[in-house]
Write a protein that binds this ligand. Structure first.
Ligand code: ATP
Ligand code: MG
Length: 459
């Protein structure tokens, strides 16, 4: 708008509202009247300039707002389509132009239903009905024909556009190329699979490491019964040759006196005395070997183990002896468990949970004086409960929230993988049990609450 306004010339039509003009026209007035007219003209002029400045300011604000909207639309990586009340495209953003290779003029003014087609033709009527009714919709798969002729798949959300009085004036569609989503999904899926493989690998290597720690102890444990079975068999072999010699003399019809002397010489009475002890000892040794082998089997494959009823005390004792086997110095273990307390669960799982808890307690107690582990079991109201407490350094509050997370460990590299408690927690879940850390004034205290009866399992 031009700024230079000039005062009206004498021949220009006089504004009717100016006082004094009437008097001039009537021929009256004088200098006073003219001055009055000029003052009024000045005031009107000043008002006009003021409104022009205000108008220019508003114009600048409008331009800024338009520039802001345009910059947001240019920066959007999602596709944007704005349609009017008749469903005709009024505006699209640069992302859509780039993706489709079309010019804005190819799209603007065309009906939405003609430009976007549902990926599944069966959904056509429903999609068109949504567009007509300007109903909101989400995640609709549609295609747009690109300049190259190729149909590009998009996933779009639509929402009605309203004016200041909340009347529907069109639709706003925001979308993304489905190909990009699918690629992101595939990458996520592959990453998840890699993570699962790594996790399985670590779980397996944790099992192997735990097995390795125990194998040293087991080898020692096996050595003992095997060596006394071996010793007994040696003695039995010697006895066998003496008995054979004596029987040969009996069969040969040797006189009673000679036989008595031979019995004395061969120590037959001592042999007969010794035999039951030797046989019993050998059998016991074989039973110990078989028990160790059973324990090993239990440790290596507990996946499909059935539930069984067994004495909890015996299972706790076995777990203690397992952990003790691998230790040069074992803390004092106080076991308080009623003799007749029976549990009905998977023996191998329970064994591993207790072994893991004990191993952690033993590790925490390493190098501390008066190290002590208390295992207390009782028949709780809701089912059997086992508590395992140690008088070690305990678990700091910030670590307490994380100890059941996979791979959380405070042990130096190579000493712990941080899977012991995670696996124990998972195994407890499988048993329908709960494994939790209890608050303790000193050391760490864990509780395992078993269900009264085992959970239903798929065959
Ligand atoms: N009795 C305990 N006293 C002190 N800290 C403990 C005790 N039990 C567990 N923790 C803490 O919890 C962490 C996680 O234990 P978890 O058994 O899951 O893994 P780990 O013992 O470190 O390694 P892994 O069991 O795989 O050899 C331990 O590193 C330790 O910091
Ligand atoms: Mg552990």
């Amino acid at each position: 708008m031009p700024r230079a306004l000039r005062p009206p010339r004498n021949d220009s039509p006089a504004p009717a509202a100016l006082p004094g003009i009437d008097r001039l026209a009537e021929g009256g007035g004088g200098e006073e009247v003219w001055l009055d007219v000029i003052r009024q003209m000045d005031r009107v002029y000043a008002e006009l300039v003021e409104s022009q400045v205000a108008l220019e300011e508003k114009n600048a604000e409008l331009e800024n707002a338009q520039e802001f909207i345009a910059s947001v639309m240019r920066a959007m990586s999602d596709l944007l389509i704005v349609a009017d009340a008749e469903g005709r495209i009024v505006q699209v953003n640069d992302a859509l132009i780039r993706l489709s290779g079309l010019a804005p003029g190819d799209l603007e003014g065309r009906p939405l239903a003609e430009v976007l087609r549902p990926a599944d033709p069966a959904e056509g009527p429903a999609f068109e009905a949504d567009l007509r009714a300007r109903r909101p919709f989400s995640d609709r798969e549609v295609t747009i024909r690109a300049a190259s002729g190729e149909a590009v798949a998009l996933s779009v959300n639509g929402s009605p556009r309203r004016d200041r009085r909340d009347r529907p004036v069109g639709l706003v569609l925001i979308g993304r190329p489905v190909g990009e989503l699918q690629r992101a999904y595939r990458e996520l899926d592959a990453a998840l699979r890699r993570f699962e493989r790594a996790q399985q690998h670590l779980v397996a290597s944790e099992k192997m490491a735990a097995l390795g720690r125990l194998v040293a102890g087991v080898a020692h444990e096996l050595n003992n019964p095997i060596s006394f079975i071996y010793g007994n068999m040696h003695a039995l072999q010697k006895y066998e040759s003496r008995i054979t010699r004596y029987l040969a003399a009996v069969e040969g019809g040797a006189p009673g006196r000679d036989l008595a002397a031979l019995r004395e010489e061969l120590g037959i009475a001592r042999i007969l005395d010794d035999m039951p002890r030797l046989i019993e000892g050998t059998l016991e040794g074989a039973e110990r070997v078989s028990a160790i082998v059973q324990d090993l089997r239990r440790f290596s494959g507990t996946q499909n183990e059935p539930d069984e009823e067994f004495a909890l005390r015996r299972a706790l004792e076995t777990a203690v002896s397992w952990v003790a086997r691998g230790q040069a110095v074992m803390p004092q273990v106080v076991l308080d468990c009623p003799e007749g307390l029976l549990v009905h669960t998977r023996r191998g799982h329970l064994h591993q949970i207790i072994v893991n808890l004990l191993q952690n307690a033993v590790d925490a107690l390493a190098g501390t004086g008066r190290a002590r582990i208390e295992i207390t079991a009782r028949a709780g109201d809701a089912g059997p409960e086992v508590e395992l407490a140690d008088n070690g350094p305990g678990i700091r509050p910030e670590a307490a929230d994380r100890i059941f997370e996979p791979f959380f460990t405070t042990k130096p590299a190579g000493k712990g993988t941080g899977l012991g408690l995670y696996l124990s927690w998972r195994m407890a879940e499988e048993l329908g049990a709960r494994l939790e850390l209890l608050p303790a004034a000193r050391g760490a205290r864990f509780r395992l609450r078993l269900p009264a009866s085992p959970p239903e399992r798929a065959p």
